[in-house]
Every structure is written in structure tokens, then in C-alpha cells.
Design a protein around this ligand. Structure first.
Ligand code: HEM
Length: 456
């Protein structure tokens, strides 16, 4: 794709490429800190990279046809990886993200109506209410250094809480974030035996994960009980995601979710949704602070707009392009991994049973054969009539297991960015210390930089 640009685009920071001679143990040490730093230059140039890791073959696929085969044409042959299941099951249980086979089909078709763009449009008032409050709070912090990453995390959690339960997270938000931090800092990271043992053999860390799971599910069940109680008291509660999920019935069998399943679905939606969206918004604000001209273009697009409905959000074409380009350069889900059930041929790539397939949006989105100026921040590339190949741009995955929350996340992030940049000019308080992305569960910044905001 060729992009005509009048000025030189910025090249935002990225980890250095791994040296060709990185040893097995060197890689193992780096994986826990930053998976992105284990990928060397060939991973940004080659279509397929075959390797061996923990007694299994692994493939990095950068070839859109092969990716289409794995994620779409023969998706049933590919499951979540044993390490992925081990790490996610304690927090997500058997919810939609982890489920496989009939259980997944039942959950996906039962939940689908609650996540359509139309259903999402009904949730926009919850989002705008949280944004009004966030902007009012930020108004008291203009001029002083602010940690916009933390503010984005709190804001997206608040939006997740209100859209899910119609109540604020003022009482439970801190506990919820403590659960997440506790899990992400230790139990959610891969250890040597996690990668080596089959899922049916507990690793030493699995015992601590099981204890965590008990406390976590009790907490989510308590949130659900509070929501049910509030629903009964009010008589007519406002429509929220919980309402939709509780009433959801499988269109084929008429079956709904059991109480235990509902706990897993609620946990999945809150966790899968809020940290990823906060990450996308953080990187968008960081990029706009590095690129004031682009920031002004976002501000001028939003000027005079009310921005409180889906139709208003849909009109923000440039802001949407900034979000799309942010998720190209810093895809919150930097890796989508699968294990092959049976042998297969993916557009010429011979795959054996048990092989690990890595489709890394981080690599794919910066691949030198797929993108013009792959490392530069050029939002307008997403406004060109020449759309990128569907299987070369995968911030939300693709195929039947594509992110169910994508319309929600897109609406929320475009709305939030437009409202925040419409209200404030955003700069970095410390220009000297570049923020380096770390691939650990999501594409996190290595530190939270301080920003300075001024009212427009
Ligand atoms: C910017 C924000 C988001 C990003 C980048 C993102 C990314 C992704 C990706 C890449 C996948 C596919 C994973 C795979 O194929 O292995 C996925 C799946 C999923 N996402 Fe998101 N997501 C975001 C927001 C959300 C939100 C807001 C929700 C819920 C409200 C959500 C819920 C889910 C669920 C339940 C799945 C599993 C779907 C299935 O397996 O059928 N995500 N997401």
C-alpha cells in the first residue's frame, strides 16, 4: 500500500529486534518479561518461521492466506494452546474465550445478540456518562502531571462495570483491580513447567491458581447477586449487558446460562474488555502527544460535535483512523496462538498434530512486505480506498472466534479519544524517556509516563 504524506511521519518507540543467536535459555528469560523482544528481524520479513520450542514445532505465520486457513477455513482444527488455557482458565473459567467445541458454539450464538453494533448503541449513554465524569475530574488536574494510563484503566473499568451492571465501580472497583494486579503480576505469567506439561497435569503454580480462582469466582458471584437485588428493587432496571446475558437463550435449544456459567461469562467480558481498551487508549494518547499535528486534526474533527450517540461516533472518521493505526502499531492482543488438533496444510505450510501456530498481530502489522513504512504512525492509511488485507490486520482476530466485543471496543475507544482530545491538549511531561512496549498478556508500556493536559 502506498501512502502519500506531505510531512515526515513519526516513528514511535519499539523494542530492539532480538539478535539471531539468542539461546533457548535467553529466550525463556526474555519471554516472561517481553515476548515481543524475542522476535528478530526475519520475523518481520519472512512469511513463515518454523522453530522448535518445548518439544513441539512452532510456526510464526505472517502469510495472510495461511492465517485465513487457520482462523477461518479450518478453524475447528485449531484450539487454544495448553499454556494459554492453563493461564486463563483460573480467571475466565469455561467462559466464551476459553470454551471449545459444542460449549463454545452454544455460548457464542447465545451471547451474539448482546454484542451486535445495535445492542452496543444502547450502551453508549453509559459510556458518555463515565466520560463526562472523567473529563470533570481531569479538569481539576490541568497543568499538573497526570498518569493517563491509570486514568484510562479506571475509566474503562468503570465503563465495563456500568455497561455490565448499571452500577458504578466506586465500591468494588479497587478490589477488582487488586484481583487483576495480583493475577497478572505472578500467577498469569508462564513458568517453565506451565509450558512443558500437558493441561491435565497440574503444574506447581496451578495450585496457587486454583486458590485464586475460588476467591475470584466468589467475588464475581457477589457482584451478580448485588445486580440481581438492585434489579428486583427497582422493578424496571435499565438495560445493561447483564440484563441481556441473563435473559439470553440459545436460538436453537432455548437453553440459557446456569449461575456458574454466568459467573464465567461476566468475568470474561469484564476482563477481556477493559484492560485491552485501556491499553489501546493509552497508546493512542501517547502517539498523539508525540505527534501534535495529528492531535490537532482529531480536535478539529470533534469540534462542535455532541458525541453522545452511535451515529455521532460513526462520523468521527479520522479519530477512527487514529484508533485503527494505534492498534496496528501497538495491538493490545500482540499474539493469537493455537495448537493443531490434527495434521493440516495451511496454504502450503505442513502442520503436524500438536504443533503451535503463532499469529502475532505485532509482527503482522509491522511486516515489511505487507505495509508501506510499517513502523511509521500514519492514520490516513486507514482512510485510503485500498483497505488492508483482512488477514494482514488483526487487532481483534478473525474468523468465527473474532473478538465478540469489537463493536463495543471500537465505539468506546473512538468516543473516548474524540471526547478527551476535544476537551484537552495532551503533551508528555517527560519527552526524554521513550515508552517501550512489553508483550505480557497485552502490549503494556514499560512505564507509565506522566502527561500534561491543558483545556482547549
Ligand atoms: C481494544 C479492545 C480489544 C481488543 C484489542 C481485543 C482483542 C481480541 C482478540 C485478538 C480476540 C481473538 C483471540 C483469539 O482468536 O485467540 C478477542 C476475543 C475475544 N474478546 Fe476481545 N478485544 C478487545 C475488547 C473486547 C471487549 C470490550 C470484550 C467484551 C465486552 C471482549 C471480549 C472478547 C471475547 C469474549 C473473546 C473470545 C471470543 C471467542 O472466542 O468466541 N473483547 N479479543
Amino acid at each position: 500500500m502506498n501512502i502519500a504524506s506531505v510531512r515526515r511521519p513519526i516513528i514511535p518507540p519499539a523494542p530492539p529486534r532480538a539478535p539471531d543467536d539468542m539461546s533457548f535459555f535467553g529466550r525463556l528469560a526474555v519471554i516472561r518479561r517481553n515476548m515481543i523482544a524475542t522476535w528478530g528481524q526475519p520475523a518481520y520479513e519472512e512469511e513463515v518461521i518454523k522453530g522448535r520450542f518445548f518439544l513441539r514445532n512452532s510456526f510464526i505465520l505472517n502469510q495472510p492466506d495461511a492465517i485465513r486457513h487457520v482462523l477461518l477455513n479450518n478453524y475447528e482444527n485449531y484450539t487454544r494452546t495448553p499454556a494459554g488455557i492453563r493461564m486463563l482458565r483460573p480467571v475466565l473459567g469455561d467462559g466464551l474465550l476459553i470454551a471449545e467445541g459444542h460449549s463454545w458454539t452454544f455460548q457464542r450464538r447465545t451471547l451474539a445478540p448482546a454484542f451486535t453494533p445495535r445492542a452496543t448503541a444502547n450502551l453508549v449513554p453509559h459510556m458518555t456518562a463515565v466520560l463526562d465524569e472523567t473529563i470533570a475530574k481531569l479538569d481539576t488536574q490541568t497543568g499538573a502531571p497526570v498518569d493517563l494510563r491509570e486514568i484510562m484503566q479506571r475509566m474503562t473499568l468503570e465503563i465495563a462495570g456500568r455497561t455490565m451492571f448499571s452500577f458504578g465501580m466506586d465500591r468494588h472497583g479497587a478490589t477488582l483491580r487488586n484481583f487483576i494486579m495480583e493475577y497478572a503480576s505472578r500467577l498469569g505469567r508462564p513458568y517453565f513447567l506451565d509450558m512443558l506439561l500437558p493441561v491435565s497435569w497440574p503444574s506447581p503454580m496451578d495450585f496457587a491458581r486454583a486458590r485464586f480462582r475460588k476467591r475470584w469466582t466468589e467475588f464475581v458471584a457477589m457482584l451478580i447477586a448485588e445486580r440481581r437485588a438492585a434489579g428486583k428493587k427497582d422493578g424496571a432496571p435499565p438495560r445493561d449487558l447483564f440484563d441481556l446475558m441473563d435473559a439470553a437463550r440459545d436460538p436453537e435449544t432455548g437453553k440459557g446460562f446456569s449461575d456458574e456459567q454466568l459467573v464465567d461469562e461476566v468475568a470474561t467480558m469484564i476482563l477481556a474488555g477493559h484492560e485491552t481498551t485501556a491499553t489501546a487508549l493509552f497508546w493512542a494518547l501517547y502517539l498523539l502527544a508525540l505527534d501534535p499535528e495529528t492531535q490537532e486534526e482529531v480536535a478539529s474533527e470533534t469540534s462542535g460535535e455532541h458525541l453522545d450517540s452511535m451515529a455521532d461516533i460513526d462520523r468521527q472518521k479520522f479519530t477512527r483512523a487514529v484508533i485503527d493505526e494505534t492498534m496496528r502499531l501497538y495491538p493490545p492482543a500482540f499474539l493469537v496462538a493455537r495448537a493443531a488438533r490434527e495434521k493440516d496444510n495451511a496454504a502450503g505450510v505442513e502442520i503436524s498434530k500438536g504443533d503451535i501456530i503463532m499469529i502475532a498481530p505485532w509482527l503482522l502489522h509491522r511486516h515489511e512486505k505487507l505495509w508501506d513504512q510499517p513502523n511509521a504512525f500514519i492514520p490516513k492509511r486507514f482512510m485510503s480506498t485500498e483497505a488492508p488485507d483482512r488477514f494482514a490486520y488483526l487487532p481483534f482476530g478473525a474468523g468465527p472466534r473474532v473478538c465478540i466485543g469489537a463493536p463495543f471496543a471500537q465505539a468506546e475507544s473512538v468516543l473516548a479519544l474524540a471526547r478527551l482530545i476535544g476537551a484537552f491538549r495532551v503533551e508528555l511531561a517527560d519527552q526524554a524517556n521513550p515508552v517501550i512496549p512489553l508483550g505480557v498478556v497485552t502490549t503494556q508500556p514499560d512505564h507509565s509516563p506522566m502527561f500534561r493536559i491543558t483545556r482547549r
